[in-house]
Design a binder for this molecule. Structure first.
Ligand code: PEP
Ligand code: MG
Length: 747
């Protein structure tokens, strides 16, 4: 055929160099189609680019078809061979396109002469970027070698196209042809982390992506030592006010979050060094920047991760002082109207920024599950993006983020803004109208119980609003994650008391500390584990650190006085672990009895069923425990061996996998037969299609994020137990995932 695929791949591998010569993305794409058509000896080569917001593919470059079609020919995802290739993310090679059911000839572009059709999706991991198409008049012209070659090119193109707009913008600014403009990218599809919509200007955390902290050009030249002293005092007062604000709503986790800043300000060595520099002739702003940078350098060079974190604090503080010194007009630490963009954030950063009124967050991937949980509790939208997407953002550009969809709109159009405003109003109305009924019944009158999962104390308000019957899971780790050291029994006790008081005699289930895995403690960073999810997590950590366990148990037992409280152990893998934990509870009780300390003697003890070994041993566990709660988030992860935080395998993380369905049914039926209280507290309940199965499997007690309650209640009310049992039986009979999926699709 005379095609030179190897050469072509080499040529295309050099695609990035084409940027230098191209004046726009379209120009670049046009050069690309010419190269590919020439190497493949194909009559036609075209590139379609996908827009996720409109779900449309647009022809952006072609060699061989009418050039009038560029920009005007559009296909919906799934439409035509190209649309289908993109939808199903697979190559499609049609020897004779007109005989293919999915072929959709487009009139007026000269396509009718071409029978051979090869379409390859341009994708970056799961992100759809576009489609690369070659066509020729000879039927069966393209073979598997061509397909392979085209796939290799498409993969080169993926990241190039994604970054092309940005690079073009950079080139333009370097060449100073025109001022730096925002890249042409309008929508970035990241991953949802915390729901809600927020609008604001992009603000890179600690101002400046490169992290340098410098004297701004606008700094006045007549500043004095007195101005610096004044800025120092103003900063102290601001931080104290912020701390007071945080203590009001976030008393469980926000204690001392601004403490590091206050400590540095109070440190005479820090302020003294700046004063000395000013006295010896430096400008106050210059002296401040020098000393702050000196500290930043020391912290960032430290091998100790706890000290490295102080670099953030230092930069943050530096900006506050500088803004107070030079009076830039922007209230320091007031992030209202701003969306924070950060490559990494600590839970304490999120709390700080939320207290400082940040509207929402865009964070570059990584281990972000605990900050996502905090954002959800604080009702701040958050989207996670990849590094390649992160570089598309520009400081100060207008952003609109949709945390439920994982979408970020850059410089959103009036239409997008209007649509979101309406959507927001509608959501607020639905939420206000979501008058969840006090009691939940199935269609045939079986009583079902809805409890709340609580992460931060601020969730209690929502739990009440959505009429939770109690707390089914209090994730106690957040006060631990936020702080710089383990909170003592005395610090934990008031937090737990607040929950018991708020629930006024209704059942409260405290879960003991579940750290490890993706919820690491900064102050435990000396523990280096290759596989933290398989490491010292949950109950294993507590049994290894008995003093910490005892303090937490005593605080929980004491807080239970006058309440209806239970204690639940996470990540139980054997009966032995439960017995050991129970013995420690008994020791705590004995200790408190000896000292005359009041505690709740009736505290029930139970386990999370979230490991395959616990499912296997469920009968044996049922003999020992007072209650069990199925944690599907981990049960899925460990049963299917799919990391719950790993995006690459997220498609394998399936709550409807037959193994999961059978595990849930087994646990529920064993618990019921042994009269052991059973509930479910994982995210499986977010999918209302799974509710009939869960009811039919014998679950009558659900614990979920308060906002999920209206959906769960509606799904429960819509089905009778009889029908649910029948549904569960049908679903349990399937051996293949595809069968379950087909069933759920039609249900
Ligand atoms: C679970 O694993 O399902 C669960 C509820 O716990 P967490 O998400 O905190 O691990
Ligand atoms: Mg879990």
């Amino acid at each position: 055929m005379g095609k030179t695929n190897v050469d072509m791949i080499c040529d295309v591998a050099e695609l990035s160099s084409l940027f230098e010569k191209s004046s726009s993305l379209d120009d670049f794409l046009q050069s690309t189609v010419s190269i590919v058509a020439w190497h493949m000896k194909a009559a036609v080569c075209s590139i379609y680019i996908y827009d996720d917001a409109s779900r449309l593919l647009t022809l952006r470059a072609t060699q061989g078809l009418s050039t009038d079609a560029i920009g005007s020919v559009q296909l919906r995802i799934g439409e035509g061979i190209a649309g289908l290739a993109l939808k199903e993310l697979r190559s499609i090679c049609a020897g004779c396109a007109s005989n293919t059911p999915s072929f959709k000839p487009i009139e007026g572009i000269g396509e009718e002469d071409y029978e051979a059709f090869l379409a390859v999706p341009i994708r970056r991991q799961l992100t759809r970027v576009g489609v690369l198409v070659v066509q020729d008049s000879k039927a069966d012209y393209f073979d598997s070698a061509d397909e392979k070659a085209l796939r290799a090119i498409a993969s080169q193109l993926a990241s190039v196209v994604e970054n092309a707009d940005l690079l073009m913008a950079l080139h333009r600014s370097e060449a100073a042809i025109e001022p730096m403009t925002a890249p042409d990218v309008k929508v970035i599809k990241g991953r949802p982390a915390s729901g809600g919509v927020a609008k604001g200007t992009a603000s890179f955390m600690f101002s400046g992506r490169d992290g340098t902290f410098q004297v701004p050009e606008s700094a006045p030249s007549d500043l004095t030592l007195a101005d610096f002293n004044h800025a120092l005092e103003t900063s102290k007062q601001q931080l104290k006010d912020l701390q007071r604000e945080a203590d009001k709503d976030l008393s469980d986790v926000a204690q001392l979050i601004f403490n590091a800043h206050l400590l540095i300000l109070a440190d005479e060595e820090f302020a003294g060094a700046i004063r000395r520099k000013i006295e010896s002739g430096s400008s106050p702003a210059g002296a401040l920047v020098d000393v702050v940078n000196h500290y930043i350098k020391i912290f960032s060079a430290s091998p100790n991760p706890r000290l490295q974190e102080k670099e953030h604090d230092m930069k943050d503080l530096g900006h506050r002082l500088l803004e107070n010194l030079i009076g830039s007009g922007r209230a320091p630490g007031d992030y209202s109207g701003q969306i924070i963009l950060a490559d990494s954030l600590l839970p304490s950063d999120v709390l700080k920024l939320a207290t400082e009124k940040a509207e929402g967050f865009v964070v570059q991937g990584g281990m972000t599950s605990h900050i996502a949980i905090i954002c959800r509790s604080l009702q701040k939208p958050m989207v996670m993006v990849d590094p390649q997407q992160f570089v598309m953002f520009r400081e100060s550009s207008e952003l609109l983020i949709d945390g439920s969809q994982g979408t970020v709109y850059i410089q959103p159009s009036e239409e997008v803004l209007k649509e979101y405003k309406e959507h927001q109003q509608a959501t607020a109305e639905i939420e206000a109208a979501a008058s969840v009924k006090e009691k939940t019944f199935t269609a045939d009158g079986t009583r079902i119980h809805l409890f709340a999962n609580i992460n931060l104390l601020s969730d209690l308000k929502l739990a009440k609003q959505f009429r939770a019957e109690g707390v089914g899971l209090y994730r106690s780790e957040f006060p631990f994650i936020i702080r710089n050291a383990f909170p003592s029994e005395e610090e934990q006790y008031p937090v737990y008391c607040r929950i018991v008081e708020a629930m006024k005699g209704r059942e409260v289930t405290f879960r003991t500390l579940d750290i490890g895995g993706d919820k690491m403690l900064a102050y435990q960073s000396e523990i280096e584990e290759a596989n933290p999810f398989l490491g010292l997590r949950g109950i294993r950590f507590l049994l290894r650190n008995k003093d910490i366990f005892v303090e937490q148990l005593c605080a929980m037992l004491r807080a239970g006085v006058g309440g209806n409280t239970r204690i639940m152990f996470p990540l139980i893998s054997s009966v032995d672990e439960f017995l050991e934990a129970r013995d420690i509870v008994k020791e705590c009780m004995k200790y408190m009895d000896e000292r005359g300390v009041a505690y709740n003697r009736d505290t029930k003890l139970g386990v999370m069923i979230e490991l395959p070994s616990a499912v296997t041993l469920v009968e044996d566990l049922a003999h020992e425990v007072d209650f069990m709660s199925i944690g599907t988030n981990d049960l899925i992860q460990y049963t299917l061996a799919v990391d719950r935080t790993n995006e690459t395998v997220s498609k394998l993380y399936l709550s409807h996998h037959p193994a999961i369905l059978r595990a849930i049914e087994r646990v529920a039926s064993v618990a019921t037969n042994h009269h052991v209280d059973i509930s479910i507290c994982g995210d499986i309940v977010r999918d209302s299609k799974m509710i009939p199965f869960l009811l039919g499997a014998g679950i009558t007690k659900f614990s979920a994020a308060p906002r999920q309650m209206p959906n769960i209640q509606a799904a429960v009310e819509a089905i009778s137990i009889e029908k649910a049992v029948y549904t569960a039986r049908q679903m349990l009979a399937f051996s293949q995932i595809a069968e379950v999926e087909a069933f759920l699709k039609n249900s």
